[in-house]
Design a protein around this ligand. Structure first.
Ligand SMILES: Nc1ncnc2c1ncn2[C@@H]1O[C@H](COP(=O)(O)OP(=O)(O)O)[C@@H](O)[C@H]1O
Ligand SMILES: [Mg+2]
Length: 383
């Protein structure tokens, strides 16, 4: 088992009254490709800036290779950053941009030449050394920035939406290249994106961040198939999500009631019990329909329309309260005509019953807001 190379322990960050990072506990393992995924403003950049040392946590500890970096300046940390806007020196050529960090360290000239040329080869810019930065395309500039960040052989490379400025085709190509580079070098990558598809493609593990809280951290398949919270289910891939109340639970599953009828589902969260307010999420491709009610289900809808989108047919169903439910199929033959009444159901295992936030994080919220000793004890006694 790999060991953690970066650890964040009870890290909090406030900007004035704005609580940006909430009780972050994160172990980044040596050699892994970890992605911080979440919408704009959720705290991804702030997390990276605290690891790199450009920003200090309000409280909590950050360790790199087991050692607290609190008193270390950014340049003293074994960590480099690649930014979306490249941040290259426009008046220097490619070679000098990449060589910069070695020159500062007064590495001998011939060693610099050897290392820079090797690095340019690695990022597929062999022979581009003499080019001026303004003669390079966006993708090439980002390769220069990556080479420059790797030249000092950092233990950890932080990448803040590095492909965000590139067009879709180039971005897809660079995703594969970056992943290959990371595998080859074995350097830990901490990658920031708001693009769930990019995260699913590239990562060994994904941390999904929701308003400064890590809602879930796991391998891509787990994040996709077993979302821990309603937020994760809504953010990763496409889901139909209904507010619900738990009607009953047994060894095999959970029965819920919603505004539009009953349904069945499952949950990894063993604390969910009868009476709890939850959500139930089901993917469009997992949603089934028939002319009659199925055991355990009573959600009725009217087919609104269906559209053909390349490899998929998407059908919209309007539920009794006006909510729209999405169903995906691969063939138009499986669809039925607008205006027809249908009953929705799914294999119980495909219905994910979720708390709005997972328990650990709910607790950390209470600790921060409350801080009232008596209240704490009351809660503990009750539990
Ligand atoms: N230097 C700063 N001063 C004040 N607020 C900031 C600063 N940097 C970021 N924020 C705020 O912190 C929150 C998280 O920002 P950020 O980490 O940049 O999010 P992300 O990278 O996920 O888009 C936002 O509400 C943002 O406005
Ligand atoms: Mg950002």
């Amino acid at each position: 088992m790999a060991k953690p190379i970066v650890s964040m322990i009870n890290v909090e960050k406030w900007y004035g009254a704005n609580h940006v990072i909430k009780n972050c506990n994160l172990n980044i393992m040596e050699g892994e490709f970890l992605t911080l995924l979440g919408p704009s403003g959720c705290g991804k950049t702030t997390t990276l800036r605290m690891i790199s040392g450009f920003e200090l946590p309000t409280s909590g500890v950050i360790r790199v290779e087991g050692e607290s970096v609190e008193k270390k300046e950014p340049y003293e940390r074994d960590v480099n950053t690649v930014f979306q806007n490249y941040a290259l020196f426009p008046n220097m050529n490619v070679f000098d941009n990449v060589a910069y960090g070695l020159k500062v360290k007064k590495v001998p000239k011939d060693e610099i030449a050897e290392r820079v040329n090797k690095m340019l080869k690695l990022v597929q810019l062999d022979g581009f050394g003499k080019r001026r930065i303004n003669q390079m395309s966006g993708g090439q500039k980002q390769r220069v920035a990556i080479a420059r960040a790797l030249i000092n052989r950092p233990k950890v490379l932080l990448l803040d939406e590095p492909l965000g400025a590139l067009d879709l085709k180039l971005r897809k190509q660079m995703q594969i290249e970056l992943k290959r580079l990371q595998r080859k070098l074995g350097i830990t990558f901490v990658y920031v994106t708001h693009d769930q598809e990019e995260a699913l493609t590239m990562s060994d593990r994904i941390a999904v961040i929701n308003e400064g809280v890590i809602d879930q951290i796991d391998v891509p398949q787990k994040i996709y198939n077993h979302p821990a919270t309603r937020f994760v289910a809504g953010f990763i891939g496409e889901s139909n999500i209904l507010d619900a109340v738990v009607v009953g639970r047994n060894d095999t599953g959970i029965q819920v009631g919603t505004e539009v009828g009953n349904a069945l589902g499952v949950s990894d969260d063993e604390t969910i019990e009868t009476g709890d307010a939850v959500s139930i999420a089901v993917r469009p491709e997992d949603t089934l329909f028939s002319q009659e009610r199925q055991p355990g289900f009573s959600i009725r809808g009217v087919v609104k329309d269906h559209v053909f989108v390349g490899n998929l047919v998407k059908m919209m169903v309007t539920l009794n309260d006006g909510t729209e439910f999405k169903i995906n199929r691969f063939s138009e033959d499986e669809m039925i005509e607008p205006g027809q009444v249908i009953y929705l159901y799914w294999e119980k295992e495909k219905g994910k019953v979720l708390k709005t936030r997972n328990l650990v994080n709910t607790d950390s919220h209470r600790d921060i807001k409350g801080g009232d000793e008596d209240e704490e004890e009351g809660y503990a006694a009750e539990a």
